[in-house]
Design a protein around this ligand. Structure first.
Ligand SMILES: C[S@@+](CC[C@H](N)C(=O)[O-])C[C@H]1O[C@@H](n2cnc3c(N)ncnc32)[C@H](O)[C@@H]1O
Length: 265
């Protein structure tokens, strides 16, 4: 048997991550970890914590170790089929909230854990939301997350626009946009590659969505796409080629070009 303080000293992972594993596994809060380091951990829980710490040391992101993560102040269940939602993605949520008319229809392509769609629905229950993903387990997880947050979203498993027949006021997506030879992929090996990689320049999915979106937008309907910080000019060019107007790229908190928007006449 060990104690909370002793386990923190010997687990050899980042202190913040270790505290999160302790809070999750023991069901205690941070102040208890700090004020009662002598509290004992049962042998069974110590084994469980050591297994989790070992996985984190070998590169498993903490979000997968604990099976959930926060986005937009909401806790979302995650698994090997769903990308960990990033704080930068809050930008596309903010822009979508500002651009969707009252009781408007919005399609989110590639919903993963459902993070964006659920954040939108929680904030604006008037929006009529459809969200898709190609990965069955991602769709099932997004459905579960929507249920636990008590929001109504129509989920469909499909390959981008395949089989969709409606037209929408707004279409949004945070699609895969990493180039297949990007060296950063090595550090993302635990996340689903279908959620990340999009051809040699990372533009394959963006190109497909931009070219097809005009067929699924009402006149004056808007397209909002998250992309890599160095893809702004390529994405603006693709928007222009597809006939979009008022094309703008918006910057995230780190001042990186991150979301491009435009509307169709
Ligand atoms: C970058 S992740 C975004 C996940 C989530 N929307 C978020 O922002 O955290 C891209 C998502 O697109 C999905 N995806 C990849 N190819 C797809 C396709 N052909 N059709 C639909 N979804 C696809 C992936 O499964 C993944 O969930």
């Amino acid at each position: 048997m060990t104690s909370v303080g002793r386990w923190l000293e010997t687990c050899h992972i980042d202190r913040r991550d270790a505290e999160i594993l302790l809070r999750e596994s023991l069901g205690i809060n941070r102040s208890k970890i700090i004020t009662e380091p002598e509290a004992l951990i049962s042998s069974a829980l110590e084994t469980h914590l050591n297994d989790l710490a070992k996985s984190v040391r070998s590169g498993l992101p903490l979000a997968y170790a604990i099976g959930h993560w926060e986005f937009w102040g909401l806790t979302l269940k995650l698994n090997e089929s769903t990308l960990i939602p990033r704080p930068d993605t809050e930008l596309i949520v903010e822009l979508s909230l500002a651009r969707t008319p009252t009781s408007g229809t919005l399609l989110e392509l590639g919903t993963g854990s459902g993070a964006i769609a659920i954040a939108l629905s929680k904030t604006r229950p008037d929006i009529c939301l459809t969200a898709t993903d190609i990965v069955p387990l991602a769709v099932a997880t997004a459905k579960e997350n929507a249920k636990s947050h008590n929001v109504e979203i129509h989920f469909t498993q499909t390959d981008w626009f395949e089989g969709l027949n409606d037209i929408y006021d707004v279409i949004i997506s945070n699609p895969p946009y990493v180039a297949s030879d990007d060296p950063h992929l090595a550090a993302l090996s635990h996340e689903p590659q279908t959620a990340l990689v999009a051809g040699p320049e990372g533009l394959d999915d963006l190109r497909h969505i931009i070219s097809q979106a005009p067929n699924y937008l009402r006149p004056t309907g808007q397209l909002l796409l998250e992309h890599g910080h160095d893809q702004g000019s390529a994405v603006r060019r693709l928007f222009a080629e597809a006939g979009f107007q008022n094309i703008e790229t918006h910057r995230d908190l780190g001042d990186n070009e991150r979301v491009t928007t435009g509307y169709i006449q």
